[in-house]
Design a protein around this ligand. Structure first.
Ligand SMILES: Cc1ncc(COP(=O)(O)O)c(C=O)c1O
Length: 444
């Protein structure tokens, strides 16, 4: 059914003088693009819910839902001081007063390419880096530049080799059905944990695949695909002449919320997407794409046409901090220990609240989410979401993260994501309410 919106239109009658202009309501016709990008998706509705919950300021509110980074006072003080320095050094005027080129602020591009070369032994120049208005923006450019209707008449897709994956990818294609994904292999571990593994036996790359993409650490699961798995994916992409896109929103070099040994290696067919958001600067809307020179020119052209220029604020704030090694210091001594401590608390609460329940946790290797598997849950996690919402506890039901996976697989309805970046008293209450609801459901 076509989606329409109603517009209040002024209709001037060409009748006799003295006739009053009239307002009527008329259906607004939307293009396919307009329809696709304005239709209600499950996750959009959820985000509206979360926004309303935040705004309600309810004293019992336990917001274990959204993807916001925590407010970390030491980090915020550093960013504040850096802004003051920009003002004192008369750099503020440049930051807010001019459009950068479409590739992004040039000093930052130079400084950051050098930084990456020093950190990881890569061989980049500024021509391998482009800035965007956040990673979400980067993925929109990348997915639609690489996949969809191709010049030769074929249709190509982006492949997520390990489902569940970041829900923000799901609606970002200009064409319908632009994403393919594969079920994981589930490895059972000790201590009520499990881990998703890429099932390489099921990972044939057909001609219809334009690129492989994964988040590492993964939102929603906290999985960190191993170096070995990553190298295998890189080799598979290279063999098929397609890029591998690695979403580093929570990874190296910042915020580096990774609790396991993981490395990243550059190759010309690898695209790394980084972001300042999870460092604590989601409002600065800064995404960074590391890619071949050819693809960097494509991203830059897209930026020029779609936004004229990317935001300058993140780049200006970070340049000196990178040069003086303050950024590394911030991630290693403040951000990472902060989340590690919150994770330890969350694990403790998990074991005390869910001791008698058939609930497992994905091995938390990175990012700031716990991914729970509620085995044999008698209702879907979507329904559970509503029960919890009635008690002011917000989680994200897992269904939407299984992009392109057959919903007949019961596992898709048995998982949920919890953001554990909250203070422990909130976390405790949230887990307690969840445990009570589960007790009632499992014993019914
Ligand atoms: C895995 C992942 N990728 C990308 C993004 C988008 O981040 P940004 O704020 O840079 O657009 C998010 C945000 O939650 C994310 O979790």
């Amino acid at each position: 059914m076509p989606q329409v919106a109603f517009n209040r239109c002024l209709i001037l009658t060409n009748d006799d003088a003295g006739c009053e202009p009239q307002f009527i309501h008329r259906a607004m016709k939307l293009s396919k693009f307009g329809q696709k990008f304005s239709r209600q998706s499950g996750i959009n509705q959820l985000m509206v819910d979360l926004g309303e919950a935040y705004a309600s300021n309810h004293p019992d509110l336990c917001m274990l839902g959204g993807g916001n980074p925590a407010f970390i006072p030491e980090a915020q003080a550093l960013f504040g001081r850096e802004m003051e320095e920009l003002i004192e050094n008369k750099l503020f005027e440049k930051m807010v007063g001019i459009y950068d080129g479409p590739q992004g602020e040039t000093t930052f591009l130079d400084v950051f390419s050098q930084f990456l070369n020093e950190q990881f032994g890569w061989n980049l120049t500024a021509d391998n880096i482009s800035l965007t208005n956040g990673s979400q923006n980067s993925f929109f450019y990348l997915f639609n530049a690489l996949a969809g209707d191709m010049g030769d008449g074929s249709f190509k897709k982006i492949l997520f080799p390990l489902s569940p994956e970041y829900v923000g990818y799901a609606d970002s294609g200009l064409s319908e059905d632009m994403f393919a994904s594969r079920r994981p292999r589930i490895e059972m571990l000790e201590n009520r944990q499990f881990k998703y593994r890429v099932d390489f036996d099921e990972l044939e790359i057909g001609d219809d695949i334009a690129a492989i993409c994964l988040s590492r650490p993964t939102n929603p699961t906290g999985n960190v695909v191993s170096d070995k798995e990553l190298a295998k994916l890189q080799a598979l992409a290279s063999k098929n002449g397609i890029p591998l896109i690695v979403d580093n929103a929570y990874g190296q070099p910042f915020p580096n919320v990774i609790y396991t040994d993981a490395n990243i290696t550059w190759s010309d067919n690898t695209i790394f997407c980084m972001s300042l958001s999870k460092l604590g600067l989601p409002g600065a809307r800064t995404g960074i794409v590391i890619a071949s020179e050819e693809l960097t020119r494509v991203i830059s052209s897209l930026s020029g046409i779609i936004t004229l220029a990317p935001n300058s604020i993140g780049a200006s704030l970070m340049t000196r901090m990178i040069e003086d090694d303050e950024l590394t210091n911030l991630t290693e001594t403040i951000i990472k220990p902060f989340y590690r401590k919150r994770l330890d608390t969350a694990i403790e609460i998990f074991h005390s609240e869910f001791a008698d329940l058939p609930v497992l946790m994905h091995k938390p290797e990175g990012a700031f989410f716990l991914w729970l598997w509620l085995q044999d849950l008698p209702i879907s996690t979507n329904e559970l979401y509503h029960r919890l919402k009635a008690r002011h506890v917000y989680v994200i039901p897992g269904e939407e993260f299984f992009i392109d996976i057959d919903p007949a697989w019961e596992h898709t309805r048995q998982c949920l994501r919890i953001n554990y970046a909250l203070p422990s008293d909130r976390l405790q209450r949230g887990f307690r309410v969840l445990a009570e609801e589960l007790q009632a459901l499992y014993s019914a």
